[in-house]
Write a protein that binds this ligand. Structure first.
Ligand code: F0G
Length: 473
């Protein structure tokens, strides 16, 4: 094992040094993906000495918690970052002073009492990764992998994206003074995300294909040119994306939640969070890990199908969903996610378009807001409770991955009643239909006339007296 880390193929187990991997981050033996391996990773050492007999310098669990906490009051950028604050567990760059950071991480853990009631659990919190600098969880992974690109001397970076990875990559590349190339499926990403990659100066290429087609073309590009690939096949992305595990634990005073529910697209994030929790357990910092469950949109559900298939075969699908962030039919990291579900005892579910829209409106009605892909978590949780996978008394954390302003058109269409087709609503229960009606808040257009405005508002206010509200004292 090198001084800091090695890479291990998750398929065939071959280990290699970080400097000797190919530009597409695939194992030359079996085409598998790599994961970053440390002296404390599971299955690496069963003793605290290395092969030569010298003492391994493992992080000290007691001291480390204190150190991480102390850094919160520091003014150093690397301490203010909710990724690099945990740098003992991601020693992937030689000079941590030079990392590219936008003070990512440090995102809130909100309680969702009304959503908890709707889902049938007593304790429900949302870790809102949409509160990152570019509005999605991708920033935590991008600060890590882009810092590696800088250290290795790359001038160009690139990714294929459904919009959030590209927004994050463009921002971090701009901070570092690197040039970035973005491949996105034309007409299939939300405007907020497209505008970000332009704002941050990326060379933005809209391809007349889907996300999976963008990935194929990008791989050809990085094979031919010295461009650093920043899709989540890059294992360093996952090192940054594992840090919300540490933040959640800190925010819960090191109590381990019973369940974590995560949206699944390309399936890197669920595996990154699993890696985070499993490493903390391996280091003795927590006694157990939460169950990690992955929820997919019904129209982009290859992992859900794999999960329900007796032969456990993975078959890519042609993806279609309005939750465009997770409109992915051939997820690169599915084996990593599958392993995390199995290792943690989690589950896999799917959510229909109607269920996603309802869940998003319900989260929004608690004053939180998220993008559609994040709302699959609440939609999926409701099903996990009904099926008995999650019990009422268990503490559940939903991972909200993106900010509501990423895709305002979705929200506007929903509230105007223009989002869902009648056949999509046909699958809803009577209860759900009533909830849609209650939640929809289409804007009212009025003449700017005092009488009209006052009369209309009086009617509206009388019609919407909150339950239990009395007259003012
Ligand atoms: N939620 C949001 C908001 C996303 O943008 C993504 C992925 C996911 C969930 C799923 O995460 O792929 O790790 O399973 N977005 C990628 C992108 C694909 O290009 O922005 P995953």
């Amino acid at each position: 094992m090198s001084a800091t880390h090695q890479l291990r193929c998750v398929d065939c187990g071959v280990q290699t040094s970080a400097d000797s991997i190919s530009s597409d981050f695939r194992c030359p033996e079996c085409n598998g993906l790599y994961e970053v391996l440390y002296p404390w990773s599971a299955g690496v050492h069963d003793s605290t000495t290395d092969a030569g007999g010298s003492q391994l310098r493992l992080p000290n669990p007691g001291g480390i918690r204190h150190l991480w906490q102390e850094r919160r009051t520091s003014t150093l950028p690397i301490d203010q970052s909710g990724v690099w604050r945990f740098r003992e567990l991601l020693p992937i760059v030689r000079n941590v002073e030079k990392v590219v950071t936008l003070c990512e991480g440090n995102t809130p853990l909100y309680d969702l009492p009304r959503c908890a009631e709707l889902a049938g659990v007593d304790w429900l919190f949302a870790k809102h990764q949409g509160m990152n600098p570019t509005g999605s969880f991708k920033d935590t992974g991008m600060t890590a992998a882009l810092s590696v690109a800088v250290e290795r001397g790359f001038q160009w970076v690139a990714c294929a994206s459904t919009g959030n990875t590209s927004a994050a990559m463009a921002a971090y590349a701009a901070r570092a003074g690197l040039r970035s190339i973005v491949f996105i499926p034309e007409g299939k990403i939300a405007w907020g995300k497209l505008s970000q990659s332009m704002d941050y100066g990326a060379l933005t290429v809209q391809l007349k294909t889907d996300f999976d087609g963008c990935v194929r073309l990008l791989l050809e590009l990085v094979r031919r040119f010295p461009i650093y690939l920043l899709n989540s096949v890059n294992p360093y992305r996952l090192e940054g994306q594992k840090t919300p595990a540490m933040e959640i634990l800190e925010q819960m005073e090191w109590q381990v939640p019973e369940h974590l529910v995560v949206p699944g697209g390309n399936l890197a994030n669920s595996s990154a969070l699993g890696k985070g929790f499993l490493e903390l357990k391996q280091l003795g910092m927590i006694p157990r890990v939460p169950k990690i469950s992955v929820i997919q949109a019904q129209g982009a559900n290859p992992l859900y199908r794999w999960f329900g298939d007796a032969n456990r075969e993975m078959n890519p699908v042609t993806a279609e969903t309005r939750a465009t962030a997770i409109r992915i039919g051939n997820p690169a990291s599915w084996k990593k996610a599958a392993r995390v579900i199995e290792q943690t005892g989690g589950w896999c579910e799917e959510a229909t378009e109607q269920e996603i829209a309802l869940a998003k409106a319900q989260i929004g009605a608690e004053g939180i807001g998220c993008e559609p892909a994040s709302a699959v978590t609440l939609a999926g949780l409701k099903k996990l409770v009904v099926q008995g996978q999650v019990n009422r008394g268990e503490r559940v954390v939903l991972l909200l991955t993106g900010h509501t302003l990423k895709d305002p058109q979705y929200t506007i269409d929903y509230h105007r009643g223009e989002l869902l087709e009648p056949e999509e609503l046909a699958g809803a229960t009577a209860d759900d239909l009533a909830r849609h009606t209650e939640l929809r808040k289409a804007p009212i257009v009025l003449e700017a006339n005092q009488d009209v405005v006052l009369r209309t508002l009086e009617q509206q206010m009388n019609a919407q007296v909150p339950a239990g509200a009395g007259s003012p004292a």
